[in-house]
Design a protein around this ligand. Sequence first.
Ligand SMILES: Cc1ncc(COP(=O)(O)O)c(C=O)c1O
Length: 193
Amino acid sequence: MSSGFDFDHEVNREGTHSVKYDGRQSTFGKSDVIPVWVADMDFAAPPAVTRALAERAAHPIYGYTLFPDSLYEALLGWMQRRHGWTIQRDWIVMCPGVVPSINAAVMAFTQLGESVIIQPPVYFPFFSAVTQTGRKLIQNPLHLENGRYTIDFDHLEQCARDAHLLLLCSPHNPVGRVWHPAELERLLRSQQI
Ligand SMILES: Cc1ncc(COP(=O)(O)O)c(C=O)c1O
């Protein structure tokens, strides 16, 4: 395989303190369940990632680290190549993960007591990012028709009257939708927030 990726080899994660496998006993009271309850990886990381981490780990001091120019260049290049999107370096804010970023965005873009729309069923930290930061939760449930989820735009427009922010999940977990450009354009048009 020229890319070095290996999607055929099963990697055993048991006994590595993995939430997905070793957490089955505490989560379900037994260990012989197929762990599809968490979106955690079963394929090996790309070799380039493993190599870079191993090189870094070979230096014995794990101190505070700057964000070098090469990191910004990699991010700008990825956005351009992958998404055709030219972004500015000063738009980038480093964050330790998606969930802390959602929480930070809620606090940055709304005030205490203001309202935030989410579109359930949705990944559970979307709820807590609103409720645990003292904001009001407005739910705009997705609409299920013939096995496919869509946005209820009429209801969204009502919700948007009282809200200050919408947390868009894209691609949507758990419904598996990648929003179509026409849906995203309509979403933008229907927002009065
Ligand atoms: C919609 C969504 N956002 C964020 C995350 C967590 O992302 P990360 O752990 O990379 O910060 C998940 C994990 O499943 C997710 O489904």
